[in-house]
Design a protein around this ligand. Structure first.
Ligand SMILES: Nc1ncnc2c1ncn2[C@@H]1O[C@H](COP(=O)(O)OP(=O)(O)OP(=O)(O)O)[C@@H](O)[C@H]1O
Ligand SMILES: [Mg+2]
Length: 405
């Protein structure tokens, strides 16, 4: 029986075995193919992602390219919206033009709005009022809380600023009686962190005059004619609020020497400076307006700004001497819990070459050292450690700026 069964089964078995084998090998191949498939799919995904990335880059570059090829936009002010179109006045050259707008755009536009126009004077988009000098006046009349007592080691400079700025505003008759024109402006110059901005703020605090502060960098605008318009606004607002003091901090941003490069940005800065010069020269119309400017890049200033009649007084604000440093140490530790062993005279000698801003940093750091040591009283050693730290930090930044120079 078993033979028969074997006989019968044998071919079947053989068949089945080989088929089994085939299936197995097929399954193996399938597995391999599946693995390969998987791998390919991964690769495809990667490639797709890569493709996407390049596509995006391409789009960005195309966009950039288009923007670069586009001619620049100019700024204009809307004069009138009429049925025939919109009358605009270009900044810079003051030319008026009639231009057409879409109905959609017309809704966004009203007289006095600032708009960007292209070469053919079509309105491209309305602009927001980003810098409003008028708002600035309100802001400043209420602010600076610096007083003369907060400034150390600048007695002479302080005296001179007061003479040039405060006196003519408070006692104009003195100048009339004596028969001289009061000085029109002062330029404070000196290394960073020596108290120039502080000094101007103290004047603002002291005088009853309207104080308008504007940083040179804020006057530098990318739109043609904008910077000059801001300068004009600045003086207009000052005239409306006479007596007034205009403080232009970091004036080097607009009054740097003419450079070789002829980029339009440079030309725009030049225009802004020209406007400033012409406002300063218009002495008769200037009335009771004094100008204070500050810079730590005196070497960079265009000599035109220093001509007589513009800034009558150039006041150098140097780094403090030992005596000045001692006073500044005292000023900045007024509210601090300082131990009896602290000798500011000694510290002032040691912190040779420190600016006012450095000394302020030393005082804060000294406090930090005490806190780290779980003390509420600040000792001499804290100040010494702080000076070491501040010095090391400023060395570092100097190195960095040297690398970039
Ligand atoms: N003479 C000083 N007396 C007291 N504190 C000073 C003096 N000079 C500088 N400081 C401190 O340093 C800080 C920075 O000073 P300020 O902004 O007036 O320097 P600056 O001369 O305008 O510098 P920059 O040229 O960098 O604008 C002040 O807020 C003050 O805390
Ligand atoms: Mg300053």
């Amino acid at each position: 029986m078993s033979d028969t069964v074997d006989d019968v089964d044998l071919p079947y078995d053989e068949d089945e075995a080989s088929q089994q084998e085939k299936i197995q090998s097929l399954e193996e191949r399938l597995e391999i193919l599946e693995a390969q498939n998987e791998e390919m799919r991964d690769k495809l995904l990667d490639a797709n992602a890569e493709n996407n990335k390049y596509q995006q880059k391409l789009e960005r570059l195309t966009h950039e390219n288009k923007k670069l090829k586009q001619s620049p936009l100019f700024v204009a002010t809307v004069q009138e919206v009429t049925d025939e179109g919109v009358i605009i006045k270009q900044h810079g050259n003051n030319q008026e033009a009639l231009t057409e707008v879409t109905d959609e755009m017309r809704e966004d536009i009203e007289p006095d709005a600032r708009v960007a126009v292209n070469n053919s004077l079509s309105i491209v988009k309305p602009l927001s009022n980003e810098t409003d000098v008028r708002a600035r006046v309100m802001e400043v009349t209420e602010s600076p809380e610096v007083s003369y007592e907060d400034i150390g080691g600048l007695e002479e400079q302080m005296q001179e600023v007061r003479e040039t700025v405060e006196m003519p505003l408070e006692k104009p008759e003195m100048f009339d009686d004596v028969g001289i024109d009061p000085p029109s402006g002062v330029l404070l110059y000196g290394p960073p962190g020596t108290g120039k901005t502080m000094l101007a703020k103290a004047v603002a605090n002291q005088t009853d005059a309207t104080f308008i502060k504007m940083a040179g960098s804020e006057l530098v605008h990318k739109f043609i004619g904008e910077g000059a318009k801001l300068v004009r606004d600045l003086f207009d607002v000052a005239r409306e609020h006479e007596p007034a003091v205009i403080f232009i901090d970091e004036i080097d941003a607009i009054a740097a020497k003419r450079t070789e490069s002829k980029t339009s940005g440079d030309a725009e800065v030049q225009r802004t400076m020209m406007q400033l010069l012409s406002e300063m020269d218009g002495f008769e119309e200037r009335g009771e307006i004094r100008i204070i400017a500050a810079t730590n890049r005196f070497d960079m200033l265009d000599r035109a700004i220093l001509r007589p009649g513009r800034f009558d007084r150039l006041i150098e604000v140097p780094k403090p001497n030992a005596e000045g440093r001692e006073i500044i140490f005292e000023i900045h530790t007024r509210g601090m819990n300082v131990a009896d062993d602290v000798e500011f005279g000694e510290l002032a000698e040691e912190a040779d070459n420190a600016s006012g801003a450095d000394i302020k940093a030393v005082c804060t750091e000294a406090g930090m050292f005490a806190i780290r040591d779980d003390r509420t009283e600040i000792r001499m050693e804290d100040f010494r450690n702080a000076w070491d730290k501040v010095q090391a930090e400023s060395d570092e930044t100097e190195d960095v700026s040297k690398t970039f120079a």
